[in-house]
Design a protein around this ligand. Sequence first.
Ligand SMILES: [Zn+2]
Length: 236
Amino acid sequence: MRELLIPAADLLLGAQCPGCGRPALTVCRTCGDAISPDPVVTWPEPCPAMLRRPERVPPVAAGANADVLRRVLVAWKEAGNTRLTSVLDHLLAAAVIEHARPGIAVALVPVPTSRRSRRERGCDLVDELARSAGRLLRQVGVDTRVVQSLAPARATADQVGLGAAERARNLHGAFRLRTDRHLADRDVVVVDDILTTGATVSEAVRALSAARRRPVGIAVVAATPRIPTNIPEHRS
Ligand SMILES: [Zn+2]
């Protein structure tokens, strides 16, 4: 019955799959397959030094911020389709699992959302995504707790349109430790939705490291593919 009812409701309400635009209440099966998690370690280039030293804090992305996944993320983040949290949480959970060690509990620390963006969106999307992913992880036996350890230390400019160096400058010292409760005896994983230059997660790692709670890794839904440049890179 549900199989018949949902397409009928879709047509009636004009709901569309955010991935392909076809009538659907949420992500259609084809697009769902296209964005199934494929977690890989994705270092931003250039990589912020804070992610390399003293210990490496590898970022794992469940997919690339392109094509279907990019359109789903835009619908979730910019168009306020919060129903998509229950699609994207699987991707975040898959990225977190890459950092999990047998028998060690995990603390997910979401990057703090600015007051401005919380006001604009009416909620803290990354926090809700982390909580939803945490529930999935507990269901599969990973002892997971979401801890809002970080808070904005000051107002920052919107990151959109800024280059890597400008983003890093804009964010340096932007986060502070709010609490380290529940972090002891857990592997700390910083979580965010999209990894671009790594400036945001790097600042989160800095604030946690300063409080001697250096994360073991970073987990994101998607990493933004870099635009190739002709500038030769010197790799160390
Ligand atoms: Zn679709």
